[in-house]
Design a protein around this ligand. Structure first.
Ligand code: GUN
Ligand code: FE
Length: 424
């Protein structure tokens, strides 16, 4: 069934400017964009149903490229420690509660509902070490119709006993989830998830690399977030040339599609390796502020040609609203600019492109409205008074900076309208 949506359409095909169709039309069939045009006559729309969104904005949906669903109960609390003591004192005790699937379901429903509110239609997500709770999270995404790569976390050292899982049990649980989810719906897929080098023995990292290769699955982890963490990794993996190289030695750094959160301190050989292996960066500005990790050099990483997306990283980050993440990414780049005027700060089209088309490429053809892209979209009623006094780009900018979830009227993932998920 073909549909044509009419609205003010904005998206970023290229990173340096918005494509803008004032009172434009977009044709969608079987979840895929067929064309965008200023006039209906330019589209093959003879038998299409036409839906008119009037004076609203129609934009690609948000992608959260790094988030810990089981940290939702800690969202907005415990900001008084840096990464390593923060994990031990606040994060691990909370994640241990996910041994109880009933607790997990309650929290995960709440988490998913918030993502839905803010128009995040695709995510790359950490679960916990628990297979049953991770299965629960994957089923909730399936029920909702929202896209996600979800990882059962691999972790067997430097953590409490109740979060440590031995290598055989990790492989068994992961293969169960792979069997259950790989062919059911490609919208929800498993992703290999070693927590980070300090959490995994060499045997466990090797097992993760082998599973990624055997099942051709993507990989996510953390990289070069905090200076104490980086020193610790160098002690644990003394032969590696960099933190990234430690993952690379286990087949966890671009051998299959890979995304690494943070990269605050990435430079030199690590940067070259990421570039060569097409490893994507998940930039998580709020997390970097709250855990006092540092300011990721996103302008430099972007100019080096690295693939980049944005992540909320709750509960290191405090905000699941990805539109605010665009603002924070610009503000971080402005702090760099204030130190060094040769590093131009990020522009609005650049961060929009990073959050949509660049991030979306991790899922396939997602994040743009070019023909062939999956129709992941949001309809925004920005409620602006005197709209004619703003350009459409300024209306979008204003929504990104000060808008909220009440202004998102419709959400689509792969062409399907996503209705409000149930919470209890
Ligand atoms: N490194 C290892 N685990 C975590 C986590 O849960 N959050 C953040 N921000 N960094 C990590
Ligand atoms: Fe994280």
């Amino acid at each position: 069934m073909k549909k044509v949506y009419k609205a003010h359409i904005l998206f970023t095909k290229e990173k340096d400017h918005f494509e803008v169709f004032e009172n434009g039309y977009i044709a969608v069939e079987d979840g895929i964009v067929k064309g965008v045009a200023s006039n209906l006559s330019e589209l093959d729309a003879a038998d299409a149903e036409i839906v008119d969104f009037g004076n609203r904005l129609l934009i690609p949906a948000m992608n959260d490229m790094h988030v810990h669903a089981p940290q939702v109960h800690n969202q907005g609390v415990a900001m008084d420690l840096e990464l390593l003591p923060w994990l031990q004192n606040y994060t691990f005790p909370e994640e241990a509660k996910y041994a109880d699937v009933a607790y997990a379901e309650r929290m995960y429903r709440r988490f998913l509902h918030t993502q839905w509110l803010f128009g995040t239609m695709r995510s790359v997500v950490f679960g916990t070490v628990h297979t049953d709770s991770t299965r629960c999270l994957m089923r909730l995404y399936q029920e909702a119709g929202m896209g996600a790569m979800v990882g059962k976390v691999a972790m067997n050292r430097n953590c409490p006993d109740n979060l440590s899982e031995d290598v055989d049990a990790y492989i068994k649980g992961t293969e169960q989830l792979i069997r259950e989810f790989s062919h059911l719906s490609s919208l929800v897929r498993p992703i290999i998830t070693p927590r980070f080098v300090p959490s995994c023995t060499p045997e466990l990292l090797r097992a993760c690399g082998k599973l990624a290769e055997k099942y051709q699955l993507p990989v996510q982890s953390h990289l070069s977030e905090n200076t104490s963490e980086i020193e610790w990794v160098q002690e644990l993996e003394p032969d590696s040339e960099s933190y990234g190289d430690a993952y690379n030695r286990y087949g966890l750094f671009g051998q299959t599609p890979t995304i690494m959160a943070h990269c605050v301190w990435t430079h030199g050989k690590e940067l070259e390796l990421m570039k060569r292996n097409k490893v994507m960066v998940a930039h998580c500005p709020t997390s970097n502020f709250n855990l006092s990790s540092g300011l990721a050099p996103i302008r430099s990483l972007l100019d080096e040609g690295l693939r980049i997306g944005l992540g909320s990283d709750i509960s290191g980050g405090h905000d699941l609203n990805m539109f605010r993440m665009l603002v924070y990414a610009i503000q971080v780049s402005k702090m760099h600019y204030q130190q060094d005027h040769s590093k131009a700060f990020l522009t609005l089209p650049e961060v929009f492109w990073i959050a949509t088309k660049s991030a979306g490429s991790f899922f396939g053809k997602v994040g743009s409205f070019e023909p062939g892209y999956e129709f992941d979209a949001l309809v925004i009623d920005d409620g602006v008074l005197y709209p004619d006094e703003y350009s459409l780009q300024h209306r979008l900018e204003r929504f990104i900076y000060v808008g909220d979830d009440r202004q998102i009227l419709h959400r689509f993932c792969r062409g399907q309208e996503i209705t409000e998920p149930k919470v209890f």
